[in-house]
Design a protein around this ligand. Structure first.
Ligand SMILES: Nc1nc2c(ncn2[C@@H]2O[C@H](COP(=O)(O)OP(=O)(O)O)[C@@H](O)[C@H]2O)c(=O)[nH]1
Ligand SMILES: Nc1ncnc2c1ncn2[C@@H]1O[C@H](COP(=O)(O)OP(=O)(O)O)[C@@H](O)[C@H]1O
Length: 402
């Protein structure tokens, strides 16, 4: 209980008092978590420079530069930092765009603990905060040539405002009709491997001799646009997603027979003979795993295309007429430009600090953090935003914004 003031970083323009190697002109703030002090700062005053993290380990009297996972937030005019649950620091960035003002630096969450164990180093992870929830993503797997792409295209054409495709990264060469950034992000192995190491991928796998992976950004960009995300990934990828924090529906598409699969692959005419052979060899194991591993919630046989598509729609609750509840989820948070930040229980008060507080009722808001979900390696969802007239109102959570 009780109001705890959050640290407002502009006050620390002159630098962290013990002279740690961040430039004194930068913005920085420190937050204590157990026997560690997390110093979050920006080394210069350029707009669009990003926030850096350093850790002072008080028990050892040493500075540590951690491995920083996830996309870093951009720095704007200043920011406030609030410690939540002892495992993450909420960062409220002043002067940023409404969809980019709330971030979380995870310092001791389950994900960070796992990553520390894997890497043997100090780890922190960034996660962007977003309002509301999105519908569960749909993971579609199946052997090459079974018709995954065809079914996904049909779904996206019939329901353009409802579904968005997670554009994967791959090291394979583009096919004739494929466009970079639309069908795949075609990339080089060394770049992709570095991004994987930096924690930018939800999952990745080596498939038919090439590297494929789903970036966190690819899935979150779809969710941010208010659409339901569709992932076309192989069985290994589906297994990794199943083990991740992403709650999804898993569908496996199987062919009526190996002969039919071979014919479809050949008729498509996009692979060399050697590639066709490799894909057919892998298909048997994929079908075996798809049917018996327990990863998938549903298995659909793609014999007759129209029938299979109807069954897919049924699984997704789309068998009636086109849904009308396509109301986009609310996006962004309009922060008052000059504000103070404080915390009461599960509510963060962002109070307008204009010289003439005439419009205070319009400008002061509360972020309710009691229903936060997800987090690194993806977005932190479930932020609720309320407008308030006074601090006492905030405890009642009135004036809910939609
Ligand atoms: N794990 C994983 N697999 C992927 C990803 N993107 C595509 N794949 C899978 O990689 C395999 C080969 O894909 P592609 O080269 O497009 O060939 P196609 O399946 O014959 O159209 C398919 O099983 C895809 O589902 C990804 O991001 N991650
Ligand atoms: N049910 C079906 N019957 C016959 N051909 C199909 C069927 N479904 C898909 N195809 C064809 O099979 C080929 C492979 O389909 P595609 O969607 O590219 O497979 P995937 O994405 O699983 O590799 C394409 O030429 C497509 O038109």
């Amino acid at each position: 209980m009780g109001e705890a003031p959050a640290l407002c970083v502009e006050d620390l323009k002159e630098g962290f008092s013990n002279g740690f190697g961040l430039r004194t002109k930068g913005f920085k703030a420190s937050t204590d978590v157990g026997d560690k002090t997390f110093v979050i700062g920006c080394n210069n005053n350029d707009s669009a420079s990003s926030l850096e993290v350093h850790i002072y380990d008080k028990s050892r009297g040493k500075w540590v530069i951690p491995t920083v996972l996830g996309t870093k937030p951009k720095f704007y005019e200043g920011y406030s930092a609030v410690l939540l649950n002892g495992d993450r620091i909420m960062i409220i960035i002043r002067g940023s765009t409404p969809d980019d003002c709330i971030w979380f630096l995870e310092v001791d969450t389950e994900y960070v603990k796992q990553q520390k164990e894997v890497s043997g180093t100090e780890v922190v992870a960034w996660s962007k905060g977003v309002r509301g929830d999105a519908e569960k993503p749909v993971v579609i797997s199946g052997p090459s040539g079974v018709g995954k792409g065809t079914l996904i295209n049909m779904l996206m054409e019939e329901f353009p405002s409802m579904f968005g495709f997670s554009v994967s990264h791959t090291t394979r060469a583009p096919r004739d009709m494929e466009k970079n950034g639309v069908h795949y992000h075609f990339t080089e192995r060394s770049i992709m491997e570095k991004d994987i190491k930096d924690g930018k991928f939800l999952e990745f796998a080596s498939v038919h001799g090439n590297l494929y992976g789903t970036s966190i950004e690819a899935v979150e960009a779809v969710a941010d646009s208010g659409k339901r995300c569709i992932l076309d990934i192989d069985v290994q990828g589906a297994k990794s997603v199943r083990a991740s924090s992403l709650d999804a529906v898993f569908i496996f598409i199987s062919p009526p027979s190996m002969g039919e699969l071979e014919e479809r692959l050949r008729l498509r005419g996009t692979e060399t003979e050697e590639q066709v052979q490799k894909r057919l060899r892998n298909a048997e194991a994929e079908i075996e795993q798809g049917k018996s591993s327990g990863i998938f919630d549903h298995i659909l046989c793609n014999d007759n295309l129209e029938k299979c598509y109807e069954n897919l729609k049924k699984l997704l609750g789309l068998d009636g007429s086109a849904p009308t509840n396509t109301k986009p989820s609310p996006k962004g948070i309009d922060l008052p430009p000059n504000h103070s930040v404080s915390k009461i229980d599960n509510k963060i008060l962002i109070k307008c600090e204009t010289p003439e507080p005439v419009n205070e009722s319009k400008n002061s808001i509360v972020l309710d953090i009691s229903l936060l979900k997800g987090g690194a390696p993806g977005r932190t969802r479930g932020l609720n935003v309320y407008a308030i007239d006074s601090f006492s109102d905030c405890l009642n959570g009135i004036h809910k914004l939609s």
